[in-house]
Ligand binder design. Structure first.
Ligand SMILES: Nc1nc2c(ncn2[C@@H]2O[C@H](COP(=O)(O)OP(=O)(O)O)[C@@H](O)[C@H]2O)c(=O)[nH]1
Ligand SMILES: [Mg+2]
Length: 444
């Protein structure tokens, strides 16, 4: 999820109310998650404001004193331009509007932050439609507030709900939103059917070797993605220029060539209304041949997260996709003794799992090898003969096979290779055709 957003950092502050029912640990975990989510959107968080209260302030979520403190920070203390205040709860349209007025910068609540991330991550048409429905549903009750905020003159002010509309347009807009949602829902039903036929058709064909990283946000998916694909190296490599930022080839390259994709992370506090759009943005996982389920072994709540991930993958019908459980961040689990103990316990409970740290290159290399081995399970060793008359096809062998040995005599070159049986058949028939054109008598 966290793409390397380096150009023009945008600055923001985070604010949250701690209710009496929420432990310090839960509170901190949720704030950490929000900061990670903000990073994903390209925000640099310069300060976090917290307040203990028995309930959210009905006017502006935070109390007046806290609002003043933040306003003072934003307009006087901060040495950068604060673009937004991110609030770690879903708040009402009027709370958002009042908070925005009180602190003097745009307000984004947790739901809006997550919606933005889903919006950026939705790839398939069905996923985009699902996210649009959630966005429209979120926006509808906020239109009136946006209209109030805009006032009679300033209609275009962006802010809560992201849309400036004249008050008289509000009802009309609401009706349009309802119609649009109904339309999208029909589209989704149609697209689901289409997708299933496509998937069934694809199963007959040679599949792309794809690995998808799934798991909770902050588990280390993007870090592993970078480590496995050497992204820095690939940025300059023209060959991969067409690949999406979240899809990259395993590096160093392997046979078959393996593509790794990063999916939108699971979120601990996922607002209820966003469950459907979250699931649809995960559909990339369905097209993968292998899932790497990344789990933060140093997070005390990881077992519950693991269960939730398994459950959701089953719900989107991805439970049939082979999976490797990767317990990451083992370096972050106490001292060496505690790490060894934790590793032993995990191995006892999940016999085929990988326990590692994305920060240890030898362990990343081992994971890479495990992935390659998975995709090479169906490869067979074979002999290929390439007549001299068909040498232009030599590069095809290199692109599709792992070369074990190469010899030559006066007739041509002989290769001992490992490759996918279907790819090998395809090569043989190409060679036979090329050889037949040049020298009709010769084919292997
Ligand atoms: N100690 C430690 N930190 C890690 C490891 N892997 C990732 N991190 C850190 O965990 C945070 C979240 O990582 P990220 O890859 O963005 O997680 P994602 O949300 O799953 O993509 C970052 O600050 C990483 O530097 C690891 O193996 N050990
Ligand atoms: Mg990420």
């Amino acid at each position: 999820m966290s793409q390397e957003v380096k150009e023009n950092p945008r600055f923001a502050v985070v604010a949250s109310v701690q209710l009496p029912s929420v432990s310090d640990h839960e509170f901190e975990a949720s704030l950490n998650e929000l900061r990670e989510l903000a990073k994903t959107l390209g925000y640099k968080i310069v300060h976090t404001f917290t307040q203990k209260r028995s309930g959210f302030d009905s006017t502006a979520y935070l109390g007046t004193g806290k609002c003043q403190e933040i306003e003072h920070f934003v307009s006087h203390e901060a040495d950068v331009d604060i673009e937004a205040i991110l609030v770690d709860h879903e708040i009402s349209p009027s709370q958002a509007r009042n908070l925005e007025i009180a602190v003097g910068c745009e307000v984004m609540d947790r739901t809006m932050v997550i919606l933005e991330i889903f919006h950026n991550n939705a790839r398939s048409r069905a996923a985009r439609a699902q996210v649009e429905i959630a966005r429209l549903g979120y926006m509808a009750p906020r239109l009136r507030e946006a209209a109030k905020l805009a006032g009679p003159q300033g209609r275009q002010r962006s802010g809560v709900g992201g849309r400036g509309a004249g008050e008289s347009h509000t009802e009309l807009d609401k009706r349009k939103i309802r119609d649009r949602i109904a339309e999208l829902q029909l589209e989704i039903i149609a697209m689901d059917a289409e997708r299933q036929t496509q998937r069934a058709r694809r199963q007959g064909r040679q599949e792309i070797a794809g690995v998808a990283l799934v798991g909770y946000t902050n588990a280390g998916k993007s870090t592993l993605m970078r480590a496995l694909t050497g992204s820095e190296v690939l940025v300059a490599n023209k060959l991969f220029a067409t690949l999406d930022t979240t899809v990259r080839a395993l590096h160093p390259e392997s046979v078959p060539r393996i593509l790794v994709s990063d999916t939108v992370g699971f979120i601990k506090n996922l607002p209820h209304g966003l469950v459907a759009s979250f699931k649809s943005t995960l559909d990339e996982a369905l097209d993968a041949s292998l899932l790497l389920h990344v789990i933060d072994a140093s997070d005390p709540g990881f077992e519950r997260q693991l269960e939730v991930t398994d459950k959701v993958l089953a719900e989107i019908a991805a439970d049939g996709v082979p999976r490797i459980r990767v317990f990451n961040k083992i370096d972050h689990v106490g001292d060496e003794e505690a790490q060894a103990e934790c590793e032993a316990a995990l191995r006892a409970q999940y016999p085929d799992c990988v326990v590692m740290s994305a920060r240890r290159p030898d362990e990343v290399a081992r994971l890479r090898q495990k992935i390659v081995t998975f995709f090479q399970r169906d490869l067979v060793e074979a002999e290929l003969f390439l007549p001299w008359s068909a040498q232009q096809l030599r590069k095809e062998i290199y692109a599709n096979c792992e070369i074990i040995e190469e010899r030559a005599d006066e007739a041509g070159a002989y290769f001992t290779v490992r490759g996918d049986p279907r790819a090998l058949d395809e090569l043989r028939s190409q060679f036979a055709k090329a050889g037949a054109v040049a020298a009709p008598a010769e084919n292997q």
